[in-house]
Ligand binder design. Structure first.
Ligand code: AHM
Ligand code: MG
Length: 342
C-alpha cells in the first residue's frame, strides 16, 4: 500500500492552525491531542471487544437508569484520565457520571477549559459489531482560573463551545473536530498509530438523500414530524428524491454519514420520552456546533439547539440536525412555514 507520509497528523494540524494566532497558548491543541490519545486507546479496546471479556454489561445502571456496558466505563475512565493528567482541562462532565468532576490539582485549577463528553455513544451496538463513537464539547470556563471548576462552567449554551468533535469507531476510525474556523476529519492510520488529515474543511451539502429516524416510534411522533417523514418517503427525481432511510442506532455514525453525504438526522419527542432521548450537553450541542460550522442547521424543532440555556447536566432534548434545505422543509412541516430562529 502506498501511504502518503506528507499528510498532516492531528497534532501537526492543530499546531499549524495555532501558528495563525500569535497570542494562542496552545492549550486547546494540547486538549485535542489528549482526546486523540484516549480515542486511540478506546479504539484498541473496541476492536478487541469480540475477543476478550470486556464485552458485555457491567451490570450497573448509569445516572439515567440505563444499563452500562463495560466498554462505556473503560472509555469514560480513559477520557477522564487523560484530561486529568493533561494541562488544559479544569474539569469534565460525562454522560456516565452523576455529577461533573473538578480536577483538584494546581495545574488543572489553572487550566482554561472544561470538557463535556459522551464516552461511548450507541453502546447498544457494541455486542453486534456496529459502529459506535465518542462525542465531546469544549468550553472556556467561566469560573476564575486558579479555582476549582464550578457548575456554571458546564451549564453554558452550546454557542459558547470553543471546539466540538467526535470519534467514530467504524470500518476505519475517524476523529472529526470543529472550531469556529472549520470542520476537519482525520482517519487513524493504524500502521503509525496517528490520526491523519483525510477530510479537510468538511462542508455538509445543502441537500442530501438520507433521512435518519427511528421508524419504530413513528406513531408516537407529533404530526409535523410524521408529515415530514411522509414527504421523505414520497420524494421523486422531480423534487430532489428519491430519499433513502438509514438509521444505525449510533448517532455518531448516522450524523457522520449525513455530514459527508448530505442528509437529516431526527430524534423527535415521543410519548415514551416526552423530554426527548438525547442529552443536550453531551450529544446535541457538540453535533449542532459541528454541523452548523459545516453549513448545516440544528434545532429541537422550535429553537436553535445552540441557544438553549441548560439548567441540568443531564438535560434531554428533541434533536433535528442536517443539511440546510432538508432542515428548512422539516421546519415547514413543524411550524406551518414559520422559520425556526437561528
Ligand atoms: P446512548 O447514549 O445510550 O448510546 O443512546 C444514544 C443513541 C444514539 O446514538 C442513537 O441515535 C439513539 O440512541 C438510538 O436510540 P433508539 O434505539 O431509541 O432509536
Ligand atoms: Mg449517548
Amino acid at each position: 500500500m502506498n501511504v502518503n507520509r506528507t499528510v498532516l497528523t492531528l497534532d501537526e494540524f492543530t499546531i499549524q492552525s495555532l501558528r495563525q494566532f500569535p497570542h494562542a497558548t496552545g492549550e486547546l491543541s494540547t486538549l485535542l491531542r489528549d482526546i486523540g490519545l484516549a480515542a486511540k486507546r478506546v479504539n484498541v479496546e473496541v476492536n478487541k471487544a469480540g475477543l476478550v471479556d470486556i464485552l458485555g454489561d457491567a451490570g450497573t445502571m448509569n445516572v439515567q437508569g440505563e444499563e452500562v456496558k463495560k466498554l462505556d466505563l473503560f472509555a469514560n475512565n480513559q477520557f477522564m484520565g487523560v484530561l486529568q493528567r493533561g494541562i488544559s482541562c479544569a474539569g469534565i462532565a460525562s454522560e456516565e457520571l452523576d455529577d461533573f468532576v473538578a480536577f483538584d490539582d494546581e495545574m488543572s485549577k489553572n487550566s482554561k477549559y472544561v470538557c463535556l463528553f459522551d464516552p461511548l455513544d450507541g453502546s447498544g451496538n457494541i455486542d453486534v459489531n456496529v459502529s459506535i463513537g465518542t462525542i465531546f464539547g469544549i468550553y472556556r470556563r467561566k469560573s476564575p482560573r486558579g479555582t476549582l471548576a464550578a457548575k456554571e462552567d458546564f451549564l453554558q449554551r452550546g454557542l459558547e463551545q470553543v471546539a466540538a468533535g467526535y470519534i467514530v469507531y467504524g470500518s476505519s476510525t475517524m476523529f472529526v473536530y470543529a472550531t469556529r474556523r472549520g470542520v476537519n476529519g482525520f482517519t487513524l492510520d493504524p500502521s503509525v498509530g496517528e490520526f491523519c488529515l483525510s477530510h479537510p474543511n468538511i462542508k455538509i451539502p445543502d441537500s442530501g438523500n438520507f433521512y435518519s429516524v427511528n421508524h419504530g416510534n413513528f406513531f408516537q411522533y407529533e404530526d409535523g414530524v410524521k408529515e415530514y417523514i411522509a414527504r421523505c418517503q414520497n420524494k421523486t427525481p422531480e423534487n430532489g428524491g428519491p430519499y433513502t432511510q438509514r438509521y444505525i442506532g449510533s448517532m455518531v455514525a448516522d450524523v457522520h454519514r449525513n455530514l459527508i453525504k448530505g442528509g437529516i438526522f431526527m430524534y423527535p419527542l415521543t410519548k415514551d420520552k416526552p423530554q426527548g432521548k438525547l442529552r443536550l450537553l453531551y450529544e446535541c450541542n457538540p453535533f449542532a456546533f459541528i454541523v452548523e460550522v459545516a453549513g448545516g442547521k440544528a434545532t429541537d424543532g422550535h429553537q436553535r439547539i445552540l441557544e438553549i440555556v441548560p439548567t441540568e447536566l443531564h438535560q434531554r432534548s428533541a434533536f433535528f440536525v442536517g443539511s440546510k434545505n432538508m432542515m428548512a422543509e422539516l421546519e415547514e412541516c413543524l411550524t406551518g412555514g414559520k422559520q425556526v430562529a437561528g
